[in-house]
Design a protein around this ligand. Structure first.
Ligand code: IMP
Ligand code: MG
Length: 182
């Protein structure tokens, strides 16, 4: 299925909206079953903002009452190749000491971003620390890390949409897709 892009390139749909929504419902049941105590959900911005918004409403439907705080980390910066180092662009506001924390990211790719976030929150004294990603690109890993909750396994291509960008474009697409020129 090819969806005409709003911009110059067509984007091939990999994960359509209804498939994403159904999987998030299942994922929230799995997360609810983990028994987090007064959970603090921490979306890693920017790419996870759409996923996190749907995830949070799914967690509500699953009976959870999470708090939310955001952590903005650097990632690709206008290129499809990982920069190799991670920086904090904007830190969280809440204290994570003795909290049950669920870190949320869009893609687990090389693993550097999620590993950095995990180390940071662990060093600040979280009581329990779980991770949740929309997409797992297993073959590209350079850091040994697995997410506790994964919505989908992802082919090793650059994906956009549903919050994810290529040089700040395509975040608004309601599906996850692949830029045809990739
Ligand atoms: P990692 O540190 O290499 O695991 O990269 C994770 C971050 O890189 C994700 O949070 C995304 O922001 C970004 N990223 C990795 N792969 C893609 C992609 O295919 N499309 C858009 N962003 C990506
Ligand atoms: Mg990201």
């Amino acid at each position: 299925m090819i969806e005409a892009g709003t911009t110059d390139s067509a984007v091939e749909v990999l994960f359509p909206p209804d498939v994403i929504a159904a999987r998030i419902g299942e994922l929230c049941q799995e997360i609810a079953a983990a028994g987090l105590r007064n959970p603090l959900v921490v979306p890693i911005l920017t790419g996870s903002f759409v996923f996190s918004a749907d995830l949070l409403r799914g967690l509500h439907a699953a009976g959870l009452t999470p708090e939310v705080d955001f952590l903005t980390l650097s990632s690709y910066r206008h290129t499809t190749r990982s920069a190799g180092s991670v920086d904090i662009l904007r830190d969280m506001e809440l204290d994570v000491a003795d909290r049950d924390v669920l870190l949320v990211d869009d893609i687990l790719d090389t693993g550097r971003t999620l590993a950095y976030a995990k180390d940071l929150v662990a060093a600040r004294g979280a009581r329990r620390l779980l991770t949740c990603v929309l997409l797992n690109k297993r073959v590209r890993r350079v850091v040994t890390i697995e997410a506790d909750f994964i919505a989908f396994e992802c082919p090793p291509v650059f994906v956009v949409g549903y919050g994810m960008d290529l040089a700040n474009r395509y975040r608004e697409l309601p599906f996850v897709g692949r830029v045809a020129s990739d």
